[in-house]
Ligand binder design. Sequence first.
Ligand code: ASP
Length: 345
Amino acid sequence: MTYRPTGKKKAVWSGKNAVLLIHGGAGAINPDKLEGRKEKQCLDKLRQSLIAGQKVLSSGGSSLDAVVAAVKVLEDSTLFNAGKGSCLTRSGKVEMDAAIMDGATGASGAVTGLNCVRNPITAARAVMEHSNHVLFCGRGANSFARKTARKAGLKIVDPSYFVTQKSWRDLERILKAEKEAARTGISVDALTTGASQGDGASPWFCGSHKYGTVGAVGLDDRGNLAAATSTGGTTGKDPGRVGDSPIIGAGTFADNGSCAVSATGHGEYFMRCVAAHQISVLIKHCGGDVAAAAEKVIFDSVGRAGGSGGVIVLDSLGNFATPFNTRGMFRGVLGKNGEIEVAIF
Ligand code: ASP
């Protein structure tokens, strides 16, 4: 702890013991398509996200403020599937999900099917701080956001703000592959993996889902953990589908007594095994360390059931793990020494 009293007897926190982890999605990332400029752009954006969180933590901000700051940078980038650049439902609409949890109090907030707040993670935080509820969905989430915008500082935008040419191309590719799969019996995954080699669609993700969800877990100087996750979901999802990201305990969880978790991957599998909470329980009640618990859930629970993805996990001592059972996961860490590392494979 770096608490030191000043002349005014005011606590000063330097952020020296703070740790922040982020992810930008896990999936069948194609290294050949990612080389060069795109790879650099993604890694630079991950670094910017960590720096935004670092600024908060080093000026004495809380882990909650830091995870929001880090996630906002990734939501504002079209490189990831959250905020601007979110993937589209099969009817061509954006329906975004986000959740946040405070490890100190268990307070949490989440939204699903959101389409009018520039940074969905701020809407999730507004639910946590300005309502008596945990989760708002669809029309209710959008109207809550509009009503609370002023008080909570939410930026309201038109749904068209989130849509990019790339997300349209991804949707067209998936819908075409589904038709082809129905005709030939070849799986959508096999068809889209082939197509992604040269059809100008998503340049680095292959397979039937566009991953690229973003998330952050943070530990501040006071020893408080927080977790945040934000996503557009999966390309070509049915309207109204909700993934794991906004479900507390599935894709997002934080408890000072165990760990903070943000997940990414095929949400249905993370929901069925309540992945984030399972990691927390293994750490808290089964004496598991962070890496062992996180790997067990990703490789045994999610993986054996047929799911793919990864998690970032951090405990209140600053121990962390970032396991994934996919080809890659965009991720980064700001360590206690203030050093920043980013990686994909
Ligand atoms: N888990 C997200 C979902 O299923 C997708 C992702 O992480 O890429 O909605």
